[in-house]
Design a protein around this ligand. Structure first.
Ligand SMILES: C[S@@+](CC[C@H](N)C(=O)[O-])C[C@H]1O[C@@H](n2cnc3c(N)ncnc32)[C@H](O)[C@@H]1O
Length: 386
């Protein structure tokens, strides 16, 4: 495909997404209907689509409208590329630029690519850091690996990957973290990945697990396990008796295969099993949240979250904390994590929990933002006194 034809394809996919189709589904549908496109085309179009979703507001203003065409035009103008030589209308190229394509300079929340309703809340919670954080979230996230220390060392994995043309560097956020500097799309094809020496995992997500007081032999429950990213990261820290649970057990369907690859044993627990399996030495609650810390990785979430959805999430988070707390033994630990930047979902939840449940104390908490290099995350570690 020519560069101009790729732009046309990205515009059509973006129009579908703006019409309500999830981005991954819109990309898959397009690829199935476009067998002529090679992997280079598909990757380039995917990048165009996700770049546009990250910067949806500013690109729409700069590109003359919130349409696929407006978003792509706005993206070219942001990058300082003259669109006229690409927008020729010839072959599969987009139609020539007309007066209706005129854009303007975005200002305020639009310039930072944030929804208006959440802007004041983020300003209050992040202060002067908001502008650089929002700017960071307008760009692609780095690719990070977690080294499975049960299988290898960071140095050995680095050398193994380098021999395959994948350069990495250690990242200070976690002792297990490597940032991929070249050929990120190759990683999942390599033996280091298929044989469980590395997993793809954000560095801040790894830092969350490093904050947990895990020691050999503990009985540990990952209460919101999802695909098991943190379950496996916990297994890499110490030899544990691990249990994984999720309100939607289908989200754990890949976990058994991932655990086998990593050489880890995990018991999948249904909700009805938990009271029988309790008490646990440590329960991690990696709760559902606004996702505001990972908007550069999952940019659709930025535009889908609403005040009503946030309110609903806050209720789910406090219910999860209360339920999980009841599964921890006296003297044991409760970990609470979000990939949110909002105080209401982070320290606000912990302060409210401690007010509701006097038998607990806060051992430590930490907020990470994209300015630390990885996604935005929050982790709190609480101890049960009685
Ligand atoms: C942030 S994701 C977990 C990600 C996962 N820990 C990881 O590292 O890959 C939150 C998970 O919580 C689950 N969840 C939502 N409500 C829940 C509830 N009330 N109890 C337990 N899990 C819940 C969701 O299905 C989702 O898989």
């Amino acid at each position: 495909m020519t560069p101009a034809a790729r732009l046309s394809a990205a515009m059509a996919i973006l129009d579908r997404i703006l019409g309500g189709t999830p981005a991954e589904q819109a990309l898959v549908n397009w690829a199935r209907a476009s067998r002529f496109a090679g992997s280079g085309d598909r990757n380039a179009i995917r990048d165009l689509v996700f770049d546009a979703l990250r910067c949806r507001r500013s690109h729409a203003v700069l590109g003359g409208g919130e349409t696929g065409r407006g978003l792509i035009l706005g993206g070219l103008r942001t990058a300082g590329v003259d669109p006229a030589p690409l927008f020729t209308g010839e072959g599969h190229a987009p139609a020539p630029i007309g007066p209706e394509d005129a854009g303007a300079a975005p200002t305020g929340a639009a310039a930072l690519d944030l929804p208006d309703w959440i802007f004041p809340q983020l300003q209050q919670d992040l202060g002067d850091d908001l502008a650089p954080i929002a700017a960071a979230m307008r760009h692609r996230a780095p690719v990070f690996l977690r080294v499975n220390r049960a299988r290898s060392t960071r140095e050995a994995v680095q050398a193994e990957l380098a021999a395959e043309g994948v350069e990495t560097r250690p990242h200070p956020l976690a002792e297990t973290a490597l940032e991929v500097m070249t050929n990120p799309r190759k990683v999942q094809t390599l033996a280091a990945f298929t044989e469980g020496r590395v997993e793809l995992q954000d560095a801040a997500s790894q830092a969350v697990v490093e904050a947990l007081p895990l020691t050999e032999g503990m009985r540990v429950l990952d209460y919101c396990a999802g695909g098991g990213g943190k379950t496996l990261a916990m297994a890499g820290r110490a030899k544990l008796r691990l249990f994984a649970h999720d309100a939607d057990p289908r989200r754990m369907r890949d976990l058994p295969a991932r655990a086998t690859r990593a050489g880890v044993r995990v018991t999948l627990s249904q909700s009805a099993d938990l009271d029988r399996q309790a008490p646990f030495d440590l329960v991690l609650t990696d709760v559902p949240c606004s996702g505001s810390g990972s908007w550069r990785r999952a940019p659709e979430g930025k535009w889908l979250i609403t005040p009503e959805k946030l309110e609903n999430l806050l209720k789910i988070q406090s219910d999860i904390l209360d339920r999980a707390a009841g599964l921890v033994r006296a003297g044991g630990w409760l970990g609470y994590a979000t990939c949110s930047l909002l105080t209401a979902e982070n320290r606000g939840q912990i302060d409210a929990f401690l007010a509701r449940q006097p038998g607990w104390s806060l051992h430590q908490d930490r907020r990470l933002t994209p300015l630390d290099g990885g996604d935005g995350f929050y982790v709190a570690v609480l101890q049960r006194n009685t």
